[in-house]
Design a protein around this ligand. Structure first.
Ligand code: CA
Ligand code: CA
Length: 303
């Protein structure tokens, strides 16, 4: 376009007068051309600016698309993660529910078992209480029966003693002292050993036989304040002491230096009252001496 303008200008034949106009025209033309050129430049700049703007918009659009894509990916990823987390939580809840249900069943079963055991224990306790009451009642009945039997036994013994005495029950029993399984009669008279024994035998008894230390202490505790014959003698053979029932002497309670068989005539044993030797109270004396005596009736004879 620029070349065409200059060609048109060259084709005119100009006078010198017109040269000024020509110059002006050329100037105008150049100005116009510059203007056109400037306009073209502006147009190009605008175009470039538009292109730049378009490219920018395209970039922005692409960036937006990328961002949207990234957001979609992020959302998708988040969705997947949340879905996985939800699934995991759901499985955990299900697992906990199953576990809780199992534990609940176990606890319920334990409660049922404990309840049954409690009921059984309660029933056993009631049964034991009833048995206890029954045993208590039976014990009371047996106690009453024992008392009745003891009373009957005493009555039988009394009859037994009285049968030996051949006297009435009340009168024969009142002068006897009961200790353990024996009754004892303490005489108020004094006789020889043989006469004393005879008196005991007439009463259905015999002179006392001291079987052990307990019986010895019982006789000491009576504190009669006088000597009395006991059923011990060596008349048959010297120094072979025997009880009146034939038993040999075992537990011995001789006083110190006794038996001494003084003057070779002391063959019968007497229970003295001296306390200087403690429980050792026996002495051998002449059987003909008059002393008090003690009879013993052992109730085992009545059995
Ligand atoms: Ca005795
Ligand atoms: Ca003596």
């Amino acid at each position: 376009m620029e070349d065409g303008v200059y060609d048109d200008v060259g084709s005119f034949e100009l006078s010198e007068v017109d040269r000024g106009e020509r110059v002006e025209m050329m100037v105008d033309i150049y100005v116009s051309a510059d203007a056109v050129r400037a306009q073209e430049t502006n147009t190009q700049r605008e175009t470039k600016a538009q292109q730049t703007s378009v490219r920018t918009e395209i970039r922005c659009s692409r960036l937006a698309v990328v961002c949207v894509g990234l957001l979609c990916v992020l959302l998708l990823t988040t969705n997947i993660v949340l879905n996985m987390y939800y699934t995991k939580v759901k499985e955990s809840i299900y697992s906990l529910r199953v576990k809780f249900t199992a534990e609940r069943e176990t606890l319920l079963s334990s409660i049922r078992n404990l309840t049954e055991e409690r009921d059984q224990l309660k029933s056993s306790y009631q049964n034991l209480t009833e048995e206890k009451e029954q045993i208590k009642n039976e014990f009371e009945k047996l106690t009453e029966e024992i008392i009745i039997l003891q009373t009957k036994h005493e009555q039988i013994l009394l009859k037994c003693i009285c049968a030996h005495h051949s006297v009435e029950e009340k009168s024969c029993f009142k002068d006897w002292k009961k200790h353990k399984s024996s009754f004892y009669f303490f005489s108020t008279e004094q006789k020889s050993w043989s006469a004393a024994r005879q008196d005991c035998r007439e009463r259905g008894a015999d002179l006392v036989i001291i079987n052990n230390r307990e019986e010895q202490m019982f006789l000491i505790d009576q504190k009669k304040g006088r000597n009395f014959w006991i059923g011990l003698t060596d008349e048959d053979k010297e120094n072979m002491w025997k009880w009146v029932d034939g038993q040999p002497l075992t537990d011995k309670f001789w006083k110190k230096h006794e038996p001494n068989d003084a003057n070779d005539v002391e063959d019968c044993a007497v229970f003295t009252t001296t306390a200087e030797y403690g429980w050792r109270t026996w002495n051998d004396m002449s059987c003909s001496v008059s002393e008090n005596w003690v009879c013993e009736f052992n109730t085992t004879k009545c059995h």
